[in-house]
Design a protein around this ligand. Structure first.
Ligand code: NCD
Length: 305
């Protein structure tokens, strides 16, 4: 039984396989419409979410399966003090697969160690978010036709932005990747990501706080929201929240072939004036997330068509 807790749980061959299945789903949706008939996905979201939860649920419905859902710690037994381990054991009796989001780093790992069905990490605190990375990778693949040989700028809250941590880990395994890490000093990438992933893999990277300066080099620009819920005080958040706002002027020196990604929700980081720019990919990314979650559910349930 396999779970997906960290994006590195999947080999690059397995990522290729998931992308191939997602592309087949896109081209032949009818073929998959009953693939998960009789199967149940439980979504346990102990932290706010719109798209990730609905994306998992839509994915399961499009595979012909069913969904059991707990939305919010305050409406579940977690509010009575139940441990993650017990919750995982209990939900394993009802569902064939579990998607869990939790504010505590490592909670989905604890769930996976105690569940008897596969567990998918749908975001754990400021740590990881592997299925967002699946959405990001399919988007990059569909826009560029490759996953290597490109310069990727990551901009905004690199400290608490879990999607950034997972994406860096995933891309670090491809040839010819370089990163430009763009953030204010206070929101720099955690050392464990910088040292244990980027430096350890010998990847070329630069650190800057200047988005405009970095722009001309980039093939991908990954914008992120400042993660208010992970700040210790509101003043720091207010001071940092508008550090980067992508406007049409900021794109003046950008490549024609740039792809702009954002995991969403957007607060202020990307001006709506950019939404119609052909380089804006963030709404396509949402749809790609659903297809990759479909491919992932099939893989973890061991269903091959
Ligand atoms: C992200 C998350 O939850 O980490 N959202 C998402 O799942 N698409 C990004 C964010 O909340 O800023």
């Amino acid at each position: 039984m396999r779970s997906l807790i960290n994006i590195l749980d999947l080999s690059t061959d397995e990522l290729d396989e998931l992308i191939a299945v997602a592309m087949d789903i896109i081209n032949n949706p009818a073929k998959y419409s009953e693939a998960c008939k009789g199967k149940k996905l439980a979504t346990l979201f102990f932290e706010p979410s719109t798209r990730t939860r609905l994306s998992f649920e839509a994915a399961m419905y499009e595979l012909g399966g069913n969904v059991l859902s707990v939305a919010g710690a305050d409406t579940s037994s977690a509010a009575k003090g139940e441990s993650v381990a017990d919750t995982a054991k209990v939900i394993s009796c009802y569902a064939d697969i579990i998607a869990m989001r939790h504010s505590k780093e490592g909670a989905p790992l604890v769930a996976a160690m105690n569940a008897t069905v596969p567990v998918i990490n749908a975001g754990d605190g400021g740590h990881n978010h592997p299925t967002q990375t699946l959405a990001d990778l399919l988007t990059i693949y569909r826009e560029k036709g490759r996953l290597g040989n490109m310069t990727v700028g990551l901009c905004g809250d690199l400290k608490f932005g879990r999607t950034v941590h997972s994406l860096i880990a995933a891309l670090s395994r491809y040839e010819g990747i370089s990163f430009v890490l763009i953030s204010p000093e206070e929101l720099k990438l955690p050392e464990y990501v910088e040292n244990d992933i980027i430096v350890k893999n010998g990847i070329d990277y630069t650190v800057t706080s200047d988005l405009t300066e970095a722009m001309r080099k980039l093939d991908i620009l990954y914008m992120t929201r400042v993660q208010r819920e992970r700040f210790f005080n509101e003043e720091d958040y207010l001071r940092l929240k508008d550090s980067y706002i992508l406007t049409p002027e900021k794109l003046e020196n950008a490549k024609e072939s740039l792809s702009i990604l954002h995991p969403l929700p957007r607060v202020n980081e990307i001006s709506v004036a950019i939404d119609n720019d052909p380089r804006a990919c963030y709404f396509k990314q949402v749809l790609n997330g659903k297809f990759m979650r479909m491919a992932l559910i099939l893989k973890l349930l061991g269903i091959k068509l």
